[in-house]
Design a protein around this ligand. Sequence first.
Ligand code: CP
Ligand code: NVA
Length: 300
Amino acid sequence: MVRHLLDVDDLTPAELETVLDRAADIKAAQAAGHGDEPFDNQTLGMIFEKPSTRTRVSFETGMTQLGGHAIFLGPDDIHLGSGEPVKDTARALSRYVDVVMARLFDHDDAEELAEYATVPFVNGLTDDAHPCQTLADLLTIREHFGGFEEVRVAWVGDGNNVAQSFVLGAAMVGLDLTVATPEGYEIDDEVLARADAVGEAPATTHDPEAAVEDADVVYTDVFVSMGQEDRREEKLAEFEGFQVTTDLIGDRKLMHCLPAHRGEEVTDESIESENAIVWDQAENRLHAQKGLLVWMSEQE
Ligand code: CP
Ligand code: NVA
C-alpha cells in the first residue's frame, strides 16, 4: 500500500519507532562507510513554494546517497499555483517520479497532493505541520538521552507547524511535553485531540518560566514564520517575554528547528552555547528522512 506522511500521526507509534530505527541504522552504516543504495534509478520530485536550506539539501543529498536522484521544482518551475490544479500536478508527477515531497503554504494543498498521488507523498512543511522535522527531533532526543522515558521538553514560542507536529510525535513516543505560547498562538484544539488519541496531549501554559521549570530541553522556533513577514512588528510585540535566553535555558539542552532569527526568538549566545544541540537536529534531518524513504518503499 502506498503510504503518505502528511503529519507524524499518519504513522502508528510502532511505525514511528521503526522509522527511527531505520534512520539510526542508516546513519551508523553511513558512518562506517557502507551505506546501501536501494533507490537506484529512482527519482524524488521536490516541490517548494517557500525557501529552504535544510529540507531541500537533506532530501536531495539523502536521495543521492540512497542511489537515486532528486528534482528541485521551485515556485517558478512548475504550473502549481499558476493555473494547473493541485490534483493534476499530483497525477502528472506520479507518472514520472517515485516519491513526491512538497513544502507548501496551505496544508489543504498537501492533502490534495497526497490524495491524488499514486506514489508516496511526504510533507516537507506546510503552515500547519512539519513532520520531517519531528522525525529528526525525536532521533536527536533519543541519541542525547538514550530514549524518551522521563525526558521533559518545554516548547517556548509559536504553536504553529513545527510545534504541532512535535506535539504529535511527543505524544506518540511518550515524551513529557509542556507548551508555552503567547495567547492567541496556542496549539490547535484539533491537534491536541489527535495527540490525545495517540498518547498524552501536552500540558499548556502562557508562562515560559513555568514551562521550563522541570525541563531537560527547551525547544523554540522563529516567531515570524515564512509567509508572515508583513506581520513581523506585530508578532515580535506579541511574543515579548518568550525569547529563549541563556538564563531561561540554564543547564538544559536547547533545540531549534532552524533557521534561527538571533535577537528574536533566541539570542546569539543561546544558539552558540554548548547547550545547543541544533546542529545535531539539522544533521538528523538527513538520516531521519532516509529512514522514512526506505521505510515507505518497503510498504508498497
Ligand atoms: N528546519 C527546516 O525545515 O529548515 P529549512 O527551512 O532550511 O528547510
Ligand atoms: N515555523 C517556521 C519553521 C521553519 C522551518 C516557518 O514556518 O517558517
